[in-house]
Design a protein around this ligand. Structure first.
Ligand SMILES: CC(C)(COP(=O)(O)OP(=O)(O)OC[C@H]1O[C@@H](n2cnc3c(N)ncnc32)[C@H](O)[C@@H]1OP(=O)(O)O)[C@@H](O)C(=O)NCCC(=O)NCCS
Length: 396
């Protein structure tokens, strides 16, 4: 294998086909099962989009009602899970808390536990597991933030839709419609994005015929990194560091001189702007007006203008969602867990797609370590000598 064959970071590699979403950087568009994400964000509740991503079609009224009935039964934290969360240190990163919570849910779901050969289970069971994770993750994230603030658990409310209930369980107030609407949009925009690093991680784990929970746990680990989902948290640290719009130029001079990556800007696929940003920025604008915080919009616009002018690199979805979540009242460390609660829809859709047409994902590597050498005094036995003469069979 030559140097040229190595695609570092798998840049430009088409790893498989998917019918779940299509990212087109040329036209700056993102389609979920064919629908532009902007149209879905403007018209649908997040659970209808979940149905679309899992089943391929938007739900009928009856299908949505039935999905809601089943989801409402699973919105509360199971007692064993609550106990496990309460045992975690308060200064654990919330992403570690969420990752561990999903792992606990996997251990509590004992169907298929008898043997690794039963780990995958039926498509029907995996649809149930996907709905279960979607339904309960808001309780995990909301309780996490409340616990860190020294507050108690708030039980879910059946009369509230997913976005409003999530805010209710976090803050204990029925949210203003402007806030619930902006939050619903963000969940839809975050729900799916083709073969990004965390989704690909989930598909790699699923491709070994491991179970859906394990694949989601791995995906959460990948999302935590600041080059991926962790960027929405990192954006808020940047805003806090800069302070206000007047501080942007001096801060940027220093950051670029120090060769820092500016969080919330740049994208592996979109090089001319992230298709989701205008929709989320519009939602941020409604929040800025609602909370009467023009200073946030001013800092946002000034940093965006200054950075894109200097580097020609555009904001990604994490740039508007960071300050939006801040205005809603979420703690900065809770931002990436919010991303988990939304992206679990896409992850589980991909994991099920992987199971349905599986091939073990196992790429090759080019070796650039030391040439073959031997331990002093070692004498190979006959079987090893024979195996070494059949190198194609020895490859693992
Ligand atoms: C997302 C990201 C990892 C994409 O990376 P990529 O496709 O591998 O692109 P690269 O990191 O190779 O960047 C290409 C060039 O643009 C620069 N660049 C890209 N994003 C940058 C950013 N946010 N700040 C400063 N420079 C950036 C790189 O330094 C590199 O410059 P060079 O060619 O002079 O070395 C990258 O843009 C990034 O780190 N962004 C910040 C984190 C972030 O917001 N992540 C959320 C993604 S949705």
């Amino acid at each position: 294998m030559t140097e040229q064959d190595v695609r570092k970071g798998l840049v430009g590699v088409v790893a498989d086909v998917t019918a779940i979403s299509k990212v087109n950087p040329e036209t700056n568009s993102l389609l979920y099962r064919g629908y532009p994400v902007q149209e879905l964000a403007a018209t649908q509740p997040v659970d209808a989009v979940a149905h679309l991503l899992w089943h391929g079609e938007l739900p009928t009224d009856e299908q949505l009602a039935e999905q809601r009935r089943r989801a409402r039964l699973q919105r509360a934290l199971p007692p064993e899970l609550r106990e496990a969360i309460d045992r975690m240190p308060l200064d654990a990163h919330p992403m570690d808390e969420v990752r561990t919570a999903v792992s606990v849910l996997g251990a509590l779901d004992t169907a298929g536990a008898a043997s690794v050969l039963d780990a995958v289970g039926t498509p029907e069971r995996n649809r149930e597991r996907s709905l279960r994770l979607f339904a309960v993750l808001p309780a995990i994230v909301a309780y996490g933030q409340r616990r860190r603030r020294g507050l108690g658990l708030i039980e879910p409310r059946d009369d509230l839709d997913d976005a409003a209930n999530f805010l209710w369980m976090t803050f204990g107030d029925e949210p203003h419609p402007v806030v619930a609407e902006a939050f619903n949009r963000s969940l839809i925009l975050y729900a799916e994005h083709s073969f990004n690093a965390s989704t690909f991680t989930g598909r790699v784990i699923a491709s070994t015929l491991s179970d859906l929970y394990s694949a989601v746990v791995g995906a959460i680990g990948a999302l935590k990194g600041p080059l991926h989902g962790g960027a929405n948290e990192a954006v808020m640290h940047v805003f806090d560091e800069i302070g206000d719009a007047a501080g942007v130029e001096a801060w940027l001079d220093r950051a670029l001189a120090d060769k820092r990556k500016i969080m919330g800007f740049g994208h592996r696929v979109y090089k001319r702007g992230d298709s989701r940003v205008p929709t989320m920025k519009a939602a941020l604008d409604t929040l800025v007006a609602h909370y009467e915080r023009p200073d946030v919009a001013e800092l946002y616009d000034t940093l965006e203008r200054a950075f894109t002018q200097r580097k020609g690199i555009y904001p990604n979805l994490d740039y508007p969602s960071g300050p939006a979540y801040n205005l809603m009242g979420f703690d900065t460390v809770t931002f990436t867990p919010l991303f988990v609660a939304a992206r679990v829809i896409g992850w589980t859709a991909h994991i099920m797609e992987q199971y349905a047409a599986n091939a073990l994902i196992r790429p090759l590597s080019a070796y650039d370590g030391p040439d073959e050498r031997h331990v002093d005094g070692y004498v190979a036995d006959e079987a090893e000598v024979e195996a070494a003469e059949r190198p194609e069979e020895a490859a693992g």
